[in-house]
Design a protein around this ligand. Structure first.
Ligand SMILES: [Zn+2]
Length: 339
């Protein structure tokens, strides 16, 4: 009980403190209303194939589909996962629905609302253009809508492009080249997300290109594969950051490389817990946060993992058993740093 009161009190201060969120996916914040609207623009069979005929028929029997989604009543059909694979299917299914300029705008508005509501004064937003450009929009359309939308609002964001691990190397290089031209100064990094798909060293030319244009380089690792043999990937791709990296702290060699090269680890606790990637989360994260490497806390996909950057930061304080005094010290340091 005492802890709940403490959590409520400190969470409201964390919420009001200016913050960064450096691991945040575009499309990871989708409101029930936007989701409902996107569904209404589609034929029912897409929805049916995702939910399965049985569940689909059950939902249809109840009431109007739009109201069900908008009220969050079928939340668990989309935002509850048994595995990382499960999450990737849901994320890609939902985001592919937003395939027109009008629908894309809804996702952008949801994200802008989140950034404002959470008092995020700087965000690095990961874009996966390939999800939205299969139908009515070209990749250029996509980038132009993003630039126009985010330039029109008073928030401080930059973009990381997710080329996805399954993208052929030539396509990935063209994508980064185009992003560099269209996003101009707003492009800050590259990552490879999604399902693991073989040898990452084939992306050496892509990461060399990223170095040439001066953007940061990261890869999502350890979500659906072990980290054996990654020494070459880390050094030959000249990584600046590693996203998630589940299990990395068990490898002395990888840890030494991260320390020597000052590679930061992007940590998103709720994401890893929701995808059931960690058996004993509290102990795992407590150990991780004490490592001698730079740690970046991100909220990843807040709607999917039912979280916010505020909740993620509270979790860090709790895992490290920080005293109330220490938390206030850190928060006032953060407030002063942003002044
Ligand atoms: Zn991510």
């Amino acid at each position: 009980m005492k802890n709940n009161l403490l959590e409520t009190r400190i969470s409201s201060i964390i919420l009001m403190t200016p913050k960064c969120d450096l691991h945040l996916h575009f499309g990871g914040i989708v409101s029930p209303r936007s989701l409902a609207t996107a569904f209404m623009c589609k034929r029912g069979n897409e929805f049916q194939s995702f939910l399965g005929a049985d569940r689909y028929n059950r939902y249809l029997r109840f009431t109007n589909l739009y109201n069900l989604i908008a009220d969050g009543k079928i939340d668990n059909a989309f935002f509850s996962f048994e595995s990382f694979e499960n999450f990737v299917s849901s994320f890609s299914f939902i985001n592919r629905l937003f395939d027109s300029p009008e629908l894309l705008q809804l996702l952008a508005n949801d994200l802008i609302g989140y950034i404002r509501q959470q008092h995020i004064t700087y965000a690095e937003i990961t874009l996966s253009p390939l999800l939205y450009t299969q139908n009515k929009m070209t990749t250029i359309d996509f980038f132009r809508i993003i630039v126009k939308t985010f330039n029109a609002v008073d928030i401080n964001v930059k973009f990381i492009i997710d080329c996805a691990k399954s993208t052929p190397i030539d396509e990935a290089i063209s994508l980064i080249d185009l992003a560099n031209k269209e996003l101009k100064g707003m492009l800050c990094g590259i990552t490879l997300g999604g399902r693991n798909s073989g040898d990452l060293l084939k992306y050496i030319p892509l990461f060399n290109f990223a170095s040439d244009i001066g953007i940061a380089k990261s890869i999502h690792l350890g979500e659906d594969s072990n980290l054996i043999g990654l020494e070459n990937v880390i050094s030959l791709l000249h990584l600046d950051r590693i996203a998630h990296g589940i299990g990395i702290h068990n490898s002395t060699k990888l840890m030494q490389m991260m320390i020597a090269k000052n590679i930061a680890l992007e940590v998103c606790p709720s994401s890893n817990i929701s995808n059931k990637l960690i058996k004993t989360p509290n102990a795992y994260f407590a150990d991780l946060f004490k490592l001698n490497i730079p740690i970046i806390i991100g909220s990843d996909d807040p709607t999917f993992f039912k979280t916010t950057i505020t909740k993620e930061l509270w979790y860090v304080f709790e895992c490290l058993h920080f005293s109330e005094k220490k938390i206030y010290e850190l928060l006032s340091w953060a407030i002063n740093a942003f002044k």
